[in-house]
Design a protein around this ligand. Structure first.
Ligand SMILES: [Fe+2]
Length: 282
């Protein structure tokens, strides 16, 4: 295993069931296959693939079964780990049953994946039925325990909801909620980078002295220069190449060719925000 690692970050695939395979006109499964074909045709030699959540658009079992075929194929062709994180659109039971082929539990899906000297820790920020994210006390305790030992090349965290606020006001309301506790947990540890999705446009920040990268979505994009009081979805698909060298992380966005056509402009009203921010159902 080389001292440097190249990871492919696949964010927000939003796969649909085959019978209903358009999301606002977008064939998200075709977008994923186009991204993977581009990687296959490139000079890139991935040491691992990371799916950063919103795997299935509606958490449907069939969407996870479609994705399972893709993941198995990646493992077979590249022979490298594929790390899978959950996002707010996902459903834990169907994800476990139909993608991981494990008993369909509703427990958090977190994971530790080792790629040579590099450690990847996958976190679960999914709050069922809600668009925002939360790690929770128990998971943060688990993370603290993991980070108690250091990895030779450092640790990269994968989480769907980024802890950093970006440019889209409405999105800023539905990011990670327990940010302070998360900060305290990773501060002073060997974490060298955080990889996320959720915001559907390439966005970089720094949190607890650690670079944070939210990669472009595979499914569609959100316009970071949007008309006031709205959310603007646009066509556009991409992925990220992540290079880890000497305990530093560099992220490069790769956008697929195509026009950035408008999909939908959604008014962001007070009642929409109120609906988003309701506490999770018990
Ligand atoms: Fe998403």
């Amino acid at each position: 295993m080389a001292a440097d690692q190249t990871l492919i970050l696949i964010a927000d695939t939003h796969i649909q069931p085959e019978s209903d395979d358009r999301l606002d006109g977008e064939d998200t499964f075709a977008n994923l296959n186009a991204v993977l074909a581009r990687i296959a045709a490139s000079r890139i030699k991935p040491d691992g693939f990371i799916f950063a959540g919103d795997l299935a658009n509606g958490g449907e079992p069939e969407s996870y079964r479609r994705l399972a075929v893709v993941v198995e194929n990646l493992q077979e062709v590249y022979g490298v780990p594929v790390a899978l994180a959950l996002g707010n659109h996902d459903a834990r039971e169907a994800f476990r049953n139909d993608l991981l082929k494990r008993p369909p539990l509703t427990e958090l899906h977190n994971d530790v994946v080792t790629i040579g000297p590099l450690r990847i820790i996958v976190l679960d920020t999914l709050v069922p039925g809600r668009p925002y994210g939360r790690l929770g006390h128990d998971q943060l305790g688990w993370l603290k325990l993991q980070l108690g030992t250091r990895a030779e090349a450092g640790t990269v965290l994968v989480m769907h909801h980024p802890p950093t606020r970006g440019v889209v006001d409405a999105l800023n309301q539905i990011l990670l909620f327990d940010v302070e506790e998360f900060h305290n947990t990773i501060n002073g540890t060997d974490v060298i980078g955080i990889l996320a999705g959720h915001v559907h446009h390439p966005s970089a920040g720094v949190f607890a002295g650690v670079p944070v990268w939210s990669g472009p979505a595979v499914a569609y994009a959100l316009d970071p220069c949007w008309p006031a009081e709205t959310f603007r979805s646009i066509t556009g698909s991409g992925f990220s190449i992540i290079n880890i060298r000497d305990r530093t992380m560099v992220a490069s966005a790769v956008m697929m060719p195509g026009m950035q056509g408008e999909i939908a402009v959604t008014p962001v009203t007070a009642s929409l925000i109120e609906r988003w921010l309701r506490p999770p159902p018990l």
